[in-house]
Design a protein around this ligand. Structure first.
Ligand code: DQA
Length: 151
């Protein structure tokens, strides 16, 4: 909980998502990461959730951030980007902190190359939202809000 008693949610963006807006816009859309974060913060105010957004290109930094989140965050929304398909370390960090987690992807990973079809995160997440562009994050925030309300 934050000092104002509004539950706080961490939105974690993985590698290359800092390039949104210019990175393969046909797949990932034209919004920048800052624009997506602003939409999430706005939606958080509607849902009465604090939203804190962090991006990193570094696996260890993402692990550190998840570990630290245990002390302050009620929920986690993660787009682990390419680490979705490779990282046992991120999976283990989420399992260790036991923060309710929603996995999101801008693109529909199941309509893409076979190496994107497997997620290490999915088994430790409440659920996964994939394929709705930036709106996957908004849907993820709503799903997490609903989960936290009923927890
Ligand atoms: C992604 C899908 C991943 O396969 C890819 O490596 C990304 C972004 C998505 O949001 O669609 O970087 O997580």
């Amino acid at each position: 909980m934050t000092s104002s008693d509004v539950p706080s949610v961490l939105v974690l963006h993985g590698p290359n998502l800092n390039l949104l807006g210019q990175r393969e816009p046909g797949i990932y859309g034209s919004l920048t990461l800052n624009e997506i974060n602003a939409l999430l913060e706005k939606e958080g105010r509607v849902l009465r959730l604090g939203v804190r957004c962090i991006q990193s290109n570094h696996e260890g930094e993402l692990v550190d951030t998840i570990q630290q989140a245990a002390a302050t965050e009620s929920g986690l929304i993660i787009n682990a980007a390419a680490y979705t398909h490779t990282s046992v370390a991120l999976r283990d960090a989420i399992a260790a902190v036991e923060i309710p987690t929603v996995e999101v992807h801008l693109s529909n990973i199941y309509r893409r190359e076979p190496f994107r079809h497997h997620s290490y995160i999915a088994p430790v997440a409440i659920g996964q939202i994939s394929g709705f562009g930036y709106y996957s994050y908004i849907l993820g925030l709503h799903a997490l809000a609903n989960y936290l309300e009923n927890a």
